[in-house]
Design a protein around this ligand. Structure first.
Ligand code: GTP
Ligand code: MG
Length: 203
């Protein structure tokens, strides 16, 4: 996929700060440190999102507007937002601050006019079936938005380990995750195809 432009649009601290234009938004959701910001950078082949080895880096809703080189049958939408959300499951400031993050994310999903068109839930391929991820998946599924699961950091496992991990993930979420690696670029073309599918309006 050829990305012609990526613009950091803004950091939103509340749903009121979300863009008012009608471009669809793909939200990246997952535990802190799972690799949401890294995956956005790997997808667009630019360093636009800030990443960190320590969890709790992304604390606001960061919006990146992406333009693709051309529309095609597999990708009928050539302009949209990738949305980098704060992670769940960790907060530097303790539980109170985690509650504020959760509120921000809930607000984001609760604003149908300005919120996500579709969701990518990111899970760490090495930790199949984490209860927090399973619970988040159930919550997201209830949002009635197109949602797909991506298993990050595939480079961290051997071939055999990853086959087993992917099977376990599929069992616990009842959907097969797409393995990707921001470190070595595995899965990026498939992820673009998945995004195109999520963005394609259903009949
Ligand atoms: P928060 O903003 O805190 O919610 O985290 P995040 O989900 O945005 O994670 P981030 O992209 O900041 O990455 C967390 C750490 O994982 C960083 O040290 C990254 O370098 C590392 N990382 C991310 N993706 C990969 C990957 O595909 N492979 C490997 N080996 N490391 C990765
Ligand atoms: Mg982040």
């Amino acid at each position: 996929m050829k990305v012609t432009a990526v613009d950091f649009v803004r950091s939103a601290a509340s749903a009121a700060d979300l863009p008012r234009d009608p471009l669809p938004q793909i939200a990246f959701v997952g535990r802190s440190n799972v690799g949401k910001s890294s995956l956005i950078n790997a997808l667009v082949k630019r360093t636009v999102a800030r990443t960190s080895a320590a969890p709790g880096k992304t604390r606001l809703i960061n919006l990146f507007r992406v333009s693709l080189a051309s529309k095609s049958p597999s990708s009928p939408i050539d302009r949209f937002y990738l949305v980098d959300l704060p992670g769940y499951g960790y907060a530097r400031g303790g539980e109170k601050s985690q509650a504020e993050f959760d509120l921000l994310v809930r607000q984001y999903f609760g604003s149908p006019q300005h919120g996500a068109a579709a969701v990518l839930q990111l899970v760490d391929i090495r930790h199949p079936g984490l209860p927090q991820d399973v619970a988040a998946h159930a919550w997201l599924a209830a949002q009635e938005r197109p949602c797909a699961v991506v298993a990050t950091k595939s480079d961290k496992l051997s071939r055999n380990e990853r086959v087993r991990a992917l099977q376990q993930w599929e069992q616990s979420l009842a959907t097969p995750p797409l393995p990707v690696s921001a470190a070595n670029g595995e899965g990026m073309e498939d992820l673009w195809k998945l995004i195109a599918t999520l963005l394609t309006p259903r009949a």
